[in-house]
Design a binder for this molecule. Structure first.
Ligand code: ZN
Ligand code: ZN
Ligand code: ZN
Length: 384
C-alpha cells in the first residue's frame, strides 16, 4: 500500500469533518475526479466504497475491469460477474467498514447521479444507515480547481473561442441555413478544435432564441434574425502527467449574433445584457457570496425594466461536468474562493420575438476575476 493520492486524503478529511462514515461513488464526475476512471452509464453497478477509515474497494462489472487505470494501491478492484448480485456485494463491502458493528447506523453519502435502483437496493439491506448526496463531501472540493484543472479549462475555453470567432467572422454561415444544420456545423468545428465530445450546440434563431435551451430545428435563418448560439463540449485530456489525465474538462460559451442590421430595440437590449454580464464579472471576487454575483448581474437588467425576461440563474460551476458547484443563483450563500470556475451568462428572452444571452467562463483569481473566454462580446452583425 503506497501513500494515498492527495484527493483521497482531501476527501477523507472532509468526510471526518462533516461526519460521513462511507462514501459510495458510481456514475457521474466524482469517480473520475477522484480516480481517473469514468463508469459507463449502463445499468450494471459500478461502485467505489470509500470509508473514512479503512481500505476502499471498487466494485466493477467484470467486463469493464480492464478499463480501470492502475490505482497504485489507492483502492482494490473487485470485478463482479453477471451471475452475482452486485447490490449484495456492495452491502457486504459497506457493512465491513462499520466499526460499530451495525449498532449505530452508518452515515453514507452516495453519488448524486447513482441510479435510484442501486440506492433502493442498498437502503433495503442497510436499514439503519442514514443517507446523503455525495456532493456534500465532493462539491466544495471539486469546485476549487488546481493548476492542472485550470490549464485544462483554459484550453477548453480557447478551443470554444476559436469556434465562436469563426461564427463571428461569418466563416460559419447562418443565412439561409436551418438551425439544425448550423448546430451540426458548430459540433463538427468543436471536434476539429480538439473536443473529444460535443455536449450541446444550441442554435436559437428569431423567436426560437427566447427559449434558452431551444432544440435546434428546421427553421431557416433569415435576414434580421437575432441568433443565440450556446455550445460546449469536453476537451480531449492533455497527457501532462497529472494524476487525472484520463479525464476531460468542459467548455461552454454563448455568443449572440444578428444577421443584417439590427433594429434599435435589439441594440438597446444588447447594451443592457453586455453591461449586466460585465457587472457580474466584476462582482466575482474571492470572499463574495455566489448569490451576490447573481444580484450584481440581475440588477442591471432589472433597472432597465427587463428583469422579468431574465428567467434563469446567472451561472454554474464547470469542470468535468458542464454544471457543478458553485451555482451562481440568488440565495446561494456559499463564499467564492480563489480557483472557483463558473459561467456568467445573463439572458433576455422576449417570448414570440427574440432572445439574447452572453456567456463566459470566469475564474476567481487571487486579486481579481479572469475570463477564460476572450471571443468578442459585442453583438456582431453578419452579412445579410
Ligand atoms: Zn444552459
Ligand atoms: Zn452555455
Ligand atoms: Zn453555461
Amino acid at each position: 500500500m503506497t501513500a494515498a493520492p492527495p484527493r483521497f486524503e482531501q476527501v477523507r478529511h472532509r468526510m471526518r469533518e462533516i461526519g460521513v462514515d462511507v462514501m459510495l461513488l458510481s456514475h457521474g464526475a466524482d469517480l473520475p475526479w477522484l480516480t481517473g476512471y469514468r463508469a459507463m452509464p449502463l445499468e450494471r453497478l459500478t461502485l467505489l466504497v470509500l470509508p473514512a477509515e479503512g481500505e476502499p474497494e471498487l466494485l466493477v462489472p467484470a467486463l469493464e475491469a480492464a478499463r480501470v487505470p492502475d490505482p497504485h494501491g489507492a483502492f482494490s478492484v473487485r470485478p463482479w460477474m453477471d451471475t452475482e448480485d452486485p447490490i449484495e456485494l456492495a452491502a457486504t463491502s459497506i457493512s465491513r467498514t462499520d466499526q460499530a458493528g451495525g449498532r449505530s447506523g452508518l452515515s453514507v453519502a452516495i453519488s448524486d447521479r447513482a441510479w435510484a435502483v442501486s440506492l433502493l437496493g442498498l437502503q433495503h439491506r442497510l436499514a439503519t444507515a442514514t443517507w446523503s448526496p455525495v456532493s456534500v463531501v465532493t462539491g466544495p472540493l471539486r469546485a476549487r480547481k488546481d493548476a492542472h484543472e485550470l490549464a485544462a479549462l483554459r484550453a477548453a475555453a480557447a478551443a470554444a473561442d476559436r469556434v465562436a470567432a469563426q461564427l463571428q467572422a461569418g466563416d460559419l454561415a447562418l443565412l439561409g441555413r436551418s438551425e439544425a444544420d448550423v448546430s451540426a456545423d458548430i459540433a463538427r468545428r468543436l471536434v476539429a478544435e480538439g473536443h473529444q465530445r460535443v455536449n450541446f450546440a444550441i442554435v436559437g434563431s428569431g423567436p426560437n432564441g427566447a427559449s434558452p435551451h431551444h432544440e435546434p430545428g428546421p427553421r431557416t435563418i433569415a435576414a434580421g434574425d437575432v441568433v443565440v448560439c450556446d455550445f460546449g463540449g469536453t476537451l480531449a485530456p492533455a497527457h501532462d502527467g497529472a494524476d487525472h489525465t484520463g479525464v476531460g474538462y468542459c467548455s461552454d460559451i454563448t455568443r449572440t449574433v444578428v444577421v443584417g442590421r439590427p433594429d434599435p430595440q435589439i441594440l438597446d437590449y444588447y447594451a443592457v445584457l453586455h453591461a449586466a454580464q460585465q457587472a457580474g464579472f466584476e462582482a466575482a471576487r474571492a470572499g463574495v457570496a455566489a448569490g451576490d454575483v447573481d444580484t450584481a448581474c440581475r440588477r442591471v437588467i432589472a433597472e432597465a425594466g427587463l428583469g422579468q425576461w431574465f428567467i434563469h440563474r446567472t451561472g454554474h460551476g464547470i469542470g468535468i461536468d458542464e454544471h457543478e458547484d458553485p451555482y451562481i443563483v440568488a440565495g446561494n450563500t456559499d463564499v467564492l474562493l480563489q480557483g472557483h470556475v463558473f459561467s456568467i451568462e445573463p439572458g433576455i428572452y422576449l417570448p414570440g420575438c427574440f432572445g439574447m444571452r452572453l456567456e463566459d467562463i470566469v475564474v476567481v483569481g487571487p486579486d481579481s476575476p479572469e475570463r477564460l473566454n476572450t471571443a468578442d462580446r459585442r453583438l456582431v452583425e453578419l452579412d445579410a
